[in-house]
Design a protein around this ligand. Structure first.
Ligand code: PEP
Length: 267
């Protein structure tokens, strides 16, 4: 049995006071909820404030990104130890926004410059480093709309999974989290149809099975992300290969996020 995970990706939203307020509003709504793990991923500057407000609610904390070095001259980066120090359990990596799959700073530089530029290879290095440190990676993957229209969804997603998980052991993969996030569904209000979301999550599971065997494939949690909200969550989360959600916009309001958490718990 895989315990569903609902992770709220706050992105670049909420200062410390707002983070405290949001967690304080969420905590009583999810406290004692069984059969689901709830996590919030505030911006780095608000991790401490959010963590302090968690109390005994059981809400977990995650970082929105992480670097693969211990410490040193890496301006702007945050290490796994720093995330652990503020109480994180999880670290998102490979989000389509940090992969630069939303676009580039300047179309003229399109082939050279993305906003952030994570790749399958850097995600792979991060996942290995973070696992060794005791954080749980949330590895994101997903196709862009032109890739879907060209019938390349399966090839793109399974290719990302093979590259991101390359060299990891079956035990490591069993303990991590994968988020299937079709890029065209993120922040657009256009959710992936539930059967199709489940099909791609199933494809990811079969890719893991092919790479690492049954134990890893049956244990790894695969989330859906992309315009999940309080109205559509129950249908998505009822699907057998969808083990939770990575939630952006709808995680910024305690009420709607709690409805999603309750749906995952089958409440
Ligand atoms: C996300 O940022 O991971 C995400 C899924 O965003 P939204 O729920 O807003 O589409």
């Amino acid at each position: 049995m895989r315990t569903p995970l609902i992770a709220g990706n706050w992105k670049m939203n909420n200062n410390r006071a707002q983070a405290r307020e949001l967690v304080e509003a969420l905590a009583p709504l999810v406290k004692g909820l069984e059969g689901v793990e709830v996590c919030v991923c505030p911006p780095f500057t608000a991790l401490d404030a959010a963590g302090a407000a968690i109390g005994d609610s059981g809400i977990k904390l995650g970082g929105q990104n992480v670097f693969w070095e211990e410490k040193g001259a890496w301006t702007s980066q945050v290490s796994p130890d720093m995330l652990l120090d503020v109480g994180c359990t999880y670290a998102i990596m490979g989000h389509s926004e940090t992969r630069g799959r939303f676009g580039t700073v300047d179309e003229a530089l399109a082939s050279r410059l993305s906003y952030f530029g994570e790749t399958d290879q850097t995600i792979n290095v991060k996942a290995k480093f973070v696992l060794a440190k005791g954080l749980v990676p949330i590895v994101c993957c997903g196709e862009m709309i032109d890739e879907r229209k060209a019938g390349k969804t399966d090839e793109i997603v399974s290719g990302q999974i093979r590259a991101c998980l390359d060299g990891l052991t079956a035990e490591q993969v069993a303990g991590l989290v994968i988020a299937y996030e079709p890029v065209w569904a993120i922040g657009t209000g256009e959710v992936c149809e539930s059967n199709e979301a489940n099909r791609v999550c199933g494809l990811i599971r079969e890719t893991v099975r092919d790479m690492l065997g049954d134990a890893a494939a049956d244990a790894v949690r695969i989330l859906y992300g992309g315009s999940m909200n309080d109205k559509n969550a129950a249908e998505l989360l009822a699907k057998p290969d969808i083990d939770g959600g990575l939630v952006g916009g709808a995680s910024l309001k305690a009420d709607s996020f709690a409805v999603i958490c309750r749906a995952a718990a089958g409440d």
